[in-house]
Design a protein around this ligand. Structure first.
Ligand SMILES: Nc1ncnc2c1ncn2[C@@H]1O[C@H](COP(=O)(O)OP(=O)(O)O)[C@@H](O)[C@H]1O
Ligand SMILES: [Mg+2]
Length: 242
């Protein structure tokens, strides 16, 4: 152990902080999906390779990030969700600490691509291996945001060692997506693993009928029928019919 006290580099601070946010690909997916929901999206597409260990891309059709703020979005303690102490008393978003994107970028190769509805072109920024955020470049992307990351924990072999098999990591990630799908029937969700479509649910209304339709898509009629034995059947549910 060195006995001289010194201030850690920004990159090392980020890698240490990443430990709190990034445990495995599923926790990255959760943070990115929450960002998409906070951006008022109506659709989220998630593409995964090797359980998210090799690649994870989350694309939404939300409000987007202006080119001039892409670098800020990847900077620690930078957020659009709170400005003053009073805001902390009335949080309505999933995130507000401005930690997720910089933490994820500190332990993967990350590119952020975005186009707000008010702009007619998309821009992307990539975080270099040294942790520096490169200058924005023009990109092709519809209105919304994609976070595209490769090689999770490529620079932290000790953390990488704790990742489980591709199937186990993907099972965790799929569970995160399914939970969001259950909680938010108003959002269309698509999940692909190794190019194969694993989950594809259209947006339904955010009412009883929408919940019933989403439950049916995710869990099937049998679940819906049994569930309705115990609870009030949602309007539009045909559980009593057959
Ligand atoms: N999918 C997205 N769409 C639009 N803006 C986003 C998206 N993801 C991140 N951002 C912007 O980047 C900022 C930083 O994101 P993050 O590091 O997750 O911190 P937090 O969510 O706590 O604010 C957010 O406050 C938001 O302004
Ligand atoms: Mg966030």
């Amino acid at each position: 152990m060195s006995h001289s006290i010194h201030i850690l580099s920004h990159q090392l601070i980020s890698q240490i902080a990443a430990g709190e946010v990034v445990e495995r690909p599923a926790s990255v997916a959760k943070e990115l999906i929450e960002n998409s929901l906070d951006a008022q999206c109506t659709r989220i597409e998630i593409e995964v390779e090797q359980g998210g260990i090799k690649r994870l891309r989350v694309r939404d059709d939300g409000c987007g990030i202006p080119a001039a703020q892409l670098g800020l979005a990847l900077t620690r303690h930078a957020t659009s969700k709170v400005s003053e102490a009073a805001d902390l008393e009335a949080i309505t978003t999933f995130g507000f600490r401005g930690e997720a994107l910089p933490s994820i970028a500190a332990v993967s190769r990350l590119t952020l691509i975005s186009r707000p509805a008010t702009e007619n072109a998309a821009w992307s920024v990539t975080v270099g291996a040294d942790g520096r955020i490169e200058a924005p470049r023009p990109a092709a992307h519809p209105v919304g945001t994609s976070v595209d990351l490769y090689d999770i924990f490529y620079n932290m072999p000790a953390r990488r060692k704790f990742l489980r098999s591709v199937n186990t990591e993907f099972a965790h990630l799929e569970q995160v997506v399914r939970r969001v799908a259950l909680a938010r029937p108003d959002i269309a969700l698509q999940l692909r693993h190794q190019g194969r479509l694993v989950l594809d649910v259209a947006a339904s209304a955010d009412d009883d009928a929408g919940v019933a339709s989403r439950l049916n898509q995710l869990l099937g009629q049998t679940f819906l029928r049994n569930r309705c034995v115990w609870t009030r059947p949602p309007a539009g549910c045909d559980c009593m019919a057959g």
